[in-house]
Design a protein around this ligand. Structure first.
Ligand code: CAA
Length: 248
């Protein structure tokens, strides 16, 4: 089997970095997609080389724009030398605010970056995966998309939408060798979570049965499993990785 090509969006964030590293360890060729305004590709690449990961291919684009996604995937495939076998829709943002104060721009930003982006990116790869008879699509949801969270009506709506999209596309592609799954992490020790006000974050950690944040590699490892051949019978699933936090 030739080396598989994986594209990870939001690759230079905490979760994305861990996913890229776990994929590299699994032997995949990794394309790290970043946003030209928010990320620092030179710094990130230097850190990756220092950590022993010297083969990451990088591409820039805006996942909220379908034209940008088309150009980015074309560039990724040209640089990697083949079509994308594994897509991780990982990039996401928060604009946390109680609904009473939430503005339409904050709603729109989160829905387009965290949900419409799945349409924009998946459109570029899913039909070709089905034609080739093998593919893996992994969508980053969130515990807060499953349970809801005060201050996150926009984010939780997008992340719940990710689960509906995942289950539906999984059914459409089930007979084609392409699996579609969602990962729903609890609070992971990344910049996004560290930006939560200290007293609020303390309350969050106290409520987690394991009394700690998730490590990024604990999500990266799950993504590596979902991207592998051995996960072939799992599709349409949402994997909850949250230190025992269930609120149903
Ligand atoms: N449930 C119900 N009401 C709540 C509440 C809760 N959990 N938390 C706060 N409130 C109420 C407060 O009691 C307060 O009410 P009054 O005005 O009547 O006193 C009101 O909401 C305002 O609360 P704050 O003082 O907290 O308001 P703020 O404007 O300073 O902060 C906020 C609002 C930014 C949303 C802040 O509460 C916050 O950061 N909350 C955490 C949101 C969160 O969990 N984000 C996750 C980010 S990480 C992530 O998203 C990754 C992932 O996938 C898990």
């Amino acid at each position: 089997m030739s080396q598989r090509i994986a594209l990870v969006t939001g690759a230079m964030g905490g979760l994305g970095t861990a996913i890229c590293q776990e994929f590299a360890k699994a032997g995949h060729k990794v394309v790290a997609a970043y946003h030209p305004e928010f990320d620092k590709p030179d710094e990130w690449t230097k850190d990756m080389v220092a950590a022993g990961f010297k083969d990451f291919i990088i591409v820039a684009g805006d996942i909220a724009s379908i034209d940008s996604c088309a150009a980015m995937v074309a560039e990724a495939e040209a640089k990697a030398g083949g079509p994308i076998d594994i897509l991780v829709n990982n990039a996401g943002i928060t604009r946390d605010r109680m609904f009473a104060k939430l503005e339409l721009a904050q709603w729109d930003a989160v829905i387009s970056t965290n949900l419409t982006s799945l349409f924009n990116m998946t459109k570029q790869v899913s039909a070709k995966m089905a034609e080739r008879g093998w593919g893996r699509i992994i969508n980053m949801s969130s515990m807060n998309g499953v349970k809801g969270q005060a201050g996150q009506s926009n984010y939780a709506a997008a992340k719940a939408g990710v689960i509906g999209f995942t289950k539906s596309l999984a059914q459409e592609l089930a007979s084609k060798g392409v699996t579609v799954n969602a990962v729903a992490p609890g609070y992971v020790g990344t910049k996004m979570v560290m930006a939560i006000r200290e007293d609020v974050l303390k309350g969050i950690v106290d409520a987690i049965p394991m009394k700690r944040l998730c490590k990024p590699e604990e999500i990266g490892g799950i993504c590596a499993y979902l991207a592998s051949d051995i996960s072939a019978y799992m599709t349409g699933a949402t994997l909850n990785i949250n230190g025992g936090s269930y609120y149903q």
